[in-house]
Design a protein around this ligand. Structure first.
Ligand code: SF4
Length: 428
């Protein structure tokens, strides 16, 4: 594993890391300091290097792609016949410092397969982070993966050096984990998450008492769920995410469309990765975190899966038309956030602007409110902006149609197949 030249190992181990999406932003802010190298910014250290569009920012590598476990969905599983490679902790430290000094990266995302045992592997990861911090005085961003089943003492040590910790749940239910990842019982993943959550809270409290108290994973923790490898509904996935945000205060749950990288008759034969479903889940996740929605409002027993034709807020609004239209000059901020097409920024601007003036369509446009979808759900000064019957069939056609174009069937199909990018802008 160490016999290949360093460049080849870098190629193998960076390529193996690209399926882990749980690292797309730092969320950590730390100024530079005398005698130390680097700083972190709350955003902007996410660079896309991969040809297939996946975020493989930072120096995103595995310590090793050899693994004693055999998770069915994983490229690095024990039973896959692929070239294996590994770095020593010193090599990872040298690469990180080298790349940082050349301005190629702003931090390190270090994940790994499980070598020998969970504890041994965790110790290797910690050795990298410890040397970066204590020997190299590296003050930049470090995201470390936790190894399922590692000793709680090692988990506690990892958080002293890393900005962010993550451990991937991967599959939404214990049933699916037992089927596809039999070496990783659910508790081996959830217990460290609980521990990290508790230590973060403790560290925050300690630092309120004294700024000298040590930090613990100041950028929080994240996880990843694979979408489409197992039969769980979007409702199960979103409900799980909601629980993780609420009870364990996760910073992010990432969703990764299942890509069949190894053949196994326990896995579904998908013609293409369910990227649109992944996108809709990100939109629903956004609604949970920033728009005040609860999982049970978005999906229920009668609607267990997100509608691929609409963003989840439009889908919710179509099922709750009795709540619309709302008057833009009077509606509470929380109500405005529920209008399809009105994002956090627009809702804030509306609330601010209407203190001084009465808002009509012209004023909304001047505020930068995009009315493409919102107009069907709003009145301004008592005048309905949609120009159609809210409860008629036209509404669905208009929501599906690209702006200012006749809603021809082929266009509808094309539009339905392509994700809109509203989750990126936040204007859902
Ligand atoms: S433990 Fe991680 S690296 Fe190993 S097979 Fe499972 S998912 Fe892959």
């Amino acid at each position: 594993m160490f016999s290949l030249p360093l460049e080849q190992r870098l190629e193998v181990l960076a390529d193996s890391a690209k399926y882990d999406v749980s690292c797309s932003s730092s969320g950590s802010s730390r100024a530079g300091k005398a005698g130390a190298l680097g700083s972190t910014a709350a955003s902007g250290i996410c660079h896309s290097w991969s040809a297939d569009g996946r975020c493989i920012s930072l120096l995103k590598i595995l310590l090793t792609n050899a693994c004693i476990y055999d998770c069915a969905y994983c490229l690095n599983r024990r039973s896959n016949d692929i070239p294996r490679a590994a770095f020593t902790p010193d090599e990872v430290v040298a690469l990180t410092m080298n790349f940082y000094r050349r301005n190629y990266i702003e931090g390190l995302f270090l994940s790994t397969g499980v070598l020998r045992s969970a504890d041994y592997t965790m110790e290797q990861l910690i050795a990298v982070a410890r040397r970066l911090r204590e020997v190299e005085r590296f003050n930049g961003y470090i995201h470390l993966k936790l190894v399922p089943g590692a000793d709680p003492l090692l988990v506690a040590r990892a958080g002293r050096y890393a900005d962010r910790l993550s451990i991937n749940i991967e599959l939404p239910s214990s049933r699916s984990l037992a089927l596809l990842a039999p070496d990783k019982p659910r508790e081996s993943v959830i217990a460290p998450m609980r521990q990290v959550s508790g230590l973060i809270v403790e560290s925050r409290a300690d630092r309120k008492e004294s700024r000298k108290a040590p930090r613990f994973a100041p950028a929080g923790q994240s996880t990843q769920l694979i979408v489409g490898a197992t039969p769980e509904s979007d409702r199960e996935i979103i409900t799980l995410s909601e629980g993780l945000y609420r009870s364990l205060e996760l910073k992010r749950v990432y969703y990764s469309a299942f890509i069949p990288v190894s053949s196994d008759n326990r896995l579904p034969a998908l013609p293409t990765p369910p990227l649109l479903r992944e996108h809709r889940l990100y939109q629903a996740d956004w609604l949970l975190r920033f728009y005040g929605f609860a999982a049970h409002e978005l999906l229920d027993e009668a609607h267990p899966n997100l509608d691929m034709r609409f963003d989840p807020k439009s889908d919710w609004a179509l099922r709750n038309l009795q709540l619309f239209p709302v008057e833009v000059n009077r509606a509470d901020y929380e109500v405005l956030l529920r209008v399809p097409g009105v994002g956090v920024r627009s809702a804030r601007r509306i609330v601010q602007a209407r203190r001084g003036t009465r808002l009509g369509e012209v004023e909304l446009r001047k505020l930068g409110v995009v009315l493409k979808r919102a107009r069907y759900f709003l009145t301004a000064g008592g005048r309905y902006l949609g120009g159609i019957r809210l409860d008629g069939p036209q509404l669905i056609e208009r929501l599906l149609a690209p702006a200012r174009r006749p809603a021809r069937l082929d266009q509808l199909e094309l539009f339905a197949a392509l994700p809109d990018l509203s989750a990126v802008s936040g204007e859902l």
